[in-house]
Design a binder for this molecule. Structure first.
Ligand code: NDP
Length: 460
């Protein structure tokens, strides 16, 4: 049977666009449907605008530091509306580039919501037409999730609205203790907003190394974020003066804006998956095999909609593996080990490999190296900031299992450390590397003393 397209991609985010472009460059007839703007979460309402907000916010600390170095200037002020306009112009430019690159590769871009009618047929809502394709790739990403049953949840925003607040609030409360909560808490505190982070667990960033979690919680407090742990909302009440957050520890906190950063869920609603024979797994994500093939033979899925590792570069690598497998006759699956990750908190976190607790559990006895020091740049400011670096080493093989950094430029350092860790570097080889002075990164190759203190050990 002749199909309209060789490949129909649903969702023009990082994963979908990469797969569509590469397949089109292989000479395939490709179409991509997108119901919102081209670029997806990362470009439109995620990583990219978030990083601009982090940059905007960090100037507050830069101004403070500058005064220690002899600079003086009037009271700095921040123009939220001006910033949002500039950010939106850049996001529009990037979105346009994505669309242009699709066109350059020869893929058709269709601005419509796509719904599967069967395994080879897609209905384009609002366009009054259906198209057929030999293969379909679902790359619809995720959407913020909030506890719908919470009384007053309708007063809360998510990160999506945080990018477009009409004005900067005076007081903000952020619920959650994951990536988004911690990053936005830093952003708003830096911009001068009275910011409180409320997290239900004993410490933020569950899943990260325990030393990282403890260190970061202390550092973000030094940067002006009030951290309330072990507490959860029981309701949000709107009053004449603001929003009252009632917490289960008996505390009521009034703020102007409440943001819920309580996770994201695969965006699968109304896609017609059942009609096409595509099944979900127990987490509500599209079930795929290691090559990203769904339970329907000709339908594939990549990125956050599959809820494997929800990071942009991972979606891109899954897209490349899909094209290698399907169109280049080289069955490829992405290896999910040693994925470096960053939290753009203030200070930021960079990490690769296993936490100490994970390493002890999955590998066995480990040696642990930890250093804490004051970043050189703050020498004249009296700031109490401290950088944390931690290396986890397999006692048996001397291989480095994990590297963790909390401090300025931590994510930049981790990207490079990840190369060595991925290659299986031993601590002895790592230590042979000559230090580069004066940098913070040199501390990484000069950690010689194993940590013995039990309090530095993560809970077993
Ligand atoms: P996360 O899954 O990282 O964190 C969700 C947080 O919400 C957790 O602290 C969780 O607590 C808490 N939570 C969940 N349910 C409730 C509830 N009912 N009441 C109160 N708290 C609750 O999600 P995010 O939304 O922060 O981010 C989504 C994903 O996006 C990330 O996992 C990451 O993959 C990606 N991302 C990556 C970034 C980066 O690379 N820098 C930046 C932003 C997002 P608990 O821990 O107890 O479950």
């Amino acid at each position: 049977m002749a199909y309209d397209y060789d490949l129909f991609v649903i969702g023009a985010g990082s994963g979908g666009v990469r797969a569509a472009r590469l397949a089109a460059l292989e000479g395939k007839r490709v179409a991509v449907a997108e119901e919102h703007r081209v670029g997806g979460t990362c470009v439109i309402r995620g990583c990219v605008p978030k990083k601009f907000m982090v940059y905007a916010s960090e100037f507050a600390h830069t101004f403070e530091t500058a005064q220690g170095y002899g600079w003086s200037f009037g009271e700095p002020s921040f123009n939220w509306k001006g910033f949002i306009t500039a950010k939106d112009v850049e996001i529009a430019r990037l979105s346009g580039l994505y669309a242009a690159n699709l066109a350059k590769a020869g893929a058709d871009l269709i601005h419509a919501r796509a719904v599967l009618k069967d395994a080879h047929t897609v209905e384009l809502l609002g366009k009054d037409r259906t198209v057929t394709a030999e293969r379909i790739l679902i790359a619809t990403g995720g959407r913020p999730w909030v506890p719908e049953e919470l009384p007053g949840i309708e007063h809360a925003i998510t990160s999506e609205e945080a990018f477009h607040l009409p004005e900067l609030p005076k007081r903000m409360l952020i619920a959650g203790g994951g990536y988004i909560a911690v990053e936005f808490a830093g952003i708003f505190a830096g911009l001068g907003v009275d910011t409180t982070l409320v997290y239900r667990g004993p410490n933020i960033l569950r899943g990260f190394d325990d030393d990282v979690r403890a260190h970061l919680a202390g550092e973000i407090e030094k940067h002006g974020v009030r951290v309330v742990l072990g507490a959860q909302h029981t309701s949000i009440d709107k009053t004449a003066s603001g929003l009252v957050n009632r917490l289960d520890n008996g505390i009521d906190l009034e703020t102007d804006v409440v943001m819920f950063a309580t996770g994201r869920k695969p965006y699968v609603g109304g896609l017609g998956l059942e009609a096409a024979g595509v099944e979900l797994n127990e987490r509500g994500a599209i079930r795929v095999d290691e090559y990203s093939r769904t339970t329907a033979d000709n339908i594939w899925a990549i990125g956050d909609v599959t809820d494997r590792v929800n990071l942009t570069p991972v979606a891109i690598r899954e897209a490349v593996a899909f094209v290698e497998t399907v169109y280049r006759n080289r069955p490829t699956h992405f290896a999910y080990d040693h994925i470096p990750t960053a939290v753009f908190s203030q200070p930021p976190v960079g990490t690769v490999g296993l936490s100490e607790a994970e390493a002890r559990k999955t590998v066995g006895p480990v040696d642990v190296y930890v250093t804490r020091f004051r970043p050189m740049k703050t020498a004249f400011t009296g700031a109490e900031e401290r950088t944390l670096m931690k290396i986890v080493v397999d006692q048996k093989t001397d291989r480095i299992l994990g590297v963790h950094i909390v401090g300025p430029d931590g994510p930049e350092m981790i990207q490079l450390a990840a190369i060595a860790v991925k290659m299986g570097v031993t601590k002895a080889q790592w230590d042979e590397t000559c230090a580069l002075h004066p940098t913070a990164a040199e501390e990484l190759v000069t950690m010689k003393v194993k940590q013995e203190a039990p309090e530095l050990r993560a809970a077993e």
